[in-house]
Design a protein around this ligand. Sequence first.
Ligand code: NAP
Length: 283
Amino acid sequence: MAEILKGAPAAAALTEQLIRRAEALKERGVVPTLAILRVGEREDDISYETGARKRCAKVGVEVRQFLLPADGTKEQLLDAVREINADRSIHGCLMFRPLPDRDMENAACALLAPEKDVDGMTAGSLAAVYAGKGAGFAPCTAQAVMELLDHYGVALTGKRAVVVGRSLVIGRPVAMLLQQKNATVTMCHTRTADLPGECRRADVLVVAAGKAGVVTKDYVAPGQTVIDVGIHVGEDGKLCGDVKFDEAEGVVSAITPVPGGVGSVTTAVLCKHVIEAAERTAP
Ligand code: NAP
């Protein structure tokens, strides 16, 4: 049976550190503050927002909500971003993505002040992640994968890491972050010739394909650590990941559950980024 890499202990350890950093900021007269910018009432956005609010309350990060109707215009969205940029008491902004209108989303990402981009939305943040230097933050989910690996002491130097998925939000930044930790990284996608074979060769397998149960027992091998980033509502109405957990668990050394894995760490990473952004501007 594999070791189950639950997200909650990693998130709790990070939260403890962040509480102390938030207190230190408050002693310097700074209340770390996150703007949450949401367009519409998508159920998964609201559920993530509820989790983020709870984590922020625990850490001592203030939250300000900027809410637009589902049919809000590009100008309304850009006005909200301008307001966030101009407000010196706001240190970070989380905007729910993807927006139905990609043009609106791209315009908002381009307008956000880089120093308030705590979720890797702007080109500058992604460039910093790819260059391995600079002040930009990685997208929170990508960073949450790294926090989990770090919390459980998973070795990366010299190891073979395989990432399934090449999105700008998860796959690509995770691959870059793994490489910065000296893993030898292979990125897979829908055109990969032998996906099961590539996956089986991994020491660390990160799956962010966005397809429920795409990774079966034929894709995994003994000794592996498997990080499942996917999150879906299965046919039985229960949450499940991109990996068939019941099949993989009997083969690999360690695996994250869904729910209760990567997703549980993401809001703690969001708070970490807000606190870091606040520390950079604190007097
Ligand atoms: P995305 O933009 O749809 O990208 C999916 C990537 O996976 C693409 O690069 C695609 O390849 C690749 N892919 C899809 N099906 C594949 C297959 N059968 N074989 C190999 N590669 C395949 O998704 P995303 O935004 O990166 O999100 C990935 C997953 O993470 C989703 O399930 C999402 O719900 C979840 N998620 C979790 C959290 C969390 O906190 N846990 C947060 C955000 C998202 P191509 O490039 O060739 O199309």
